[in-house]
Design a protein around this ligand. Sequence first.
Ligand code: NAP
Length: 303
Amino acid sequence: MEVSELSVGTWGLSGDAYGPLADAEVDRVIDRALSVGVTLFDTADVYGRGDMERRLAKRLEERSWVHVATKIGTDLESSPPRKHFDPAYLFTAYERSQERLKREVIDVLLLHNPSVQALGRSETVGFMKDLKAKGKILAWGVSAGTADQARAAIRSEADVIELAYNIFATADLNDVAADIEESGVGVLARSVLAHGLLGGQWSRDREFYPDDHRSDRWTPAELRTRVKQVDALRPLLGGAVISTRSLALRFVLANQLVSTAVLGPRSVGQLDQLVRESGLPPYLRDTTMADLSTRMKKVGVEI
Ligand SMILES: NC(=O)c1ccc[n+]([C@@H]2O[C@H](COP(=O)([O-])OP(=O)(O)OC[C@H]3O[C@@H](n4cnc5c(N)ncnc54)[C@H](OP(=O)(O)O)[C@@H]3O)[C@@H](O)[C@H]2O)c1
């Protein structure tokens, strides 16, 4: 499967993660992504409790060349919501996603943050492989929260893994780099702006609305440190690299192990900035990469 190296994630568009968004803007972002050549959308059955899958189905219509990666394994009907990776649950979740997406075949079906133990159960992996063998999905994989989960997925012969990867979060991908290389697994790199931090526009005392997941992601002291670390990137800007946003995105795209960078725009304006500033290969000069690593080390970030 071949996909655009910039893909669009829909967690932020669903309203679940960063607060509500007007439906019209969500549609405009999807339409704009299509018009600039994005051929992969990342979603999950839980985003907007299924609404995001429905909305994608509506906007993508008959465009069979545009791929959708969706995730299953979170049961919102139990209270509190819990993870569920037994085949009976997964089959129901798969059928519901397939119906919402209105696609005969789901392109990429991911298990949504399964534990290493869950991945160790042969019936879970067997179920995903069986769906693929029966032609109900084109590829299966795992959205992993840790390097161990990603490694377990690769060793279970997943076709695709999704991982957080950005200037502040390199450890997991680096940790499984050899496994990725050896297996040829596809890599969806998400959170390329560290949830917006690397957009480079935040004050050191930025506050978030309570329904924004970032309101309890960092303590005020951690946030001040993080914003200072972003400031340490500014001397690297120059030439075509016009912003920390551009630097952050190019950093991800420059990694040969990354198949696609899953962007998280919340408006057409943000999408356009990201597309415009992503540039072309080679995304970053070797000297810039080395300088980046040195500067980050000085402010306590290991790349
Ligand atoms: N476990 C999982 O499977 C998992 C977890 C997380 C994400 N994902 C996927 O990955 C996608 C992206 O994740 P993410 O939301 O963490 O991505 P991200 O790109 O790190 O952060 C997105 C946030 O960055 C800010 N932003 C976006 N474009 C910008 C621009 N041009 N300039 C400045 N700031 C900008 C926006 O926040 P503000 O403008 O409000 O600052 C936006 O909400 C999700 O939509 C989802 O599909 C999957």
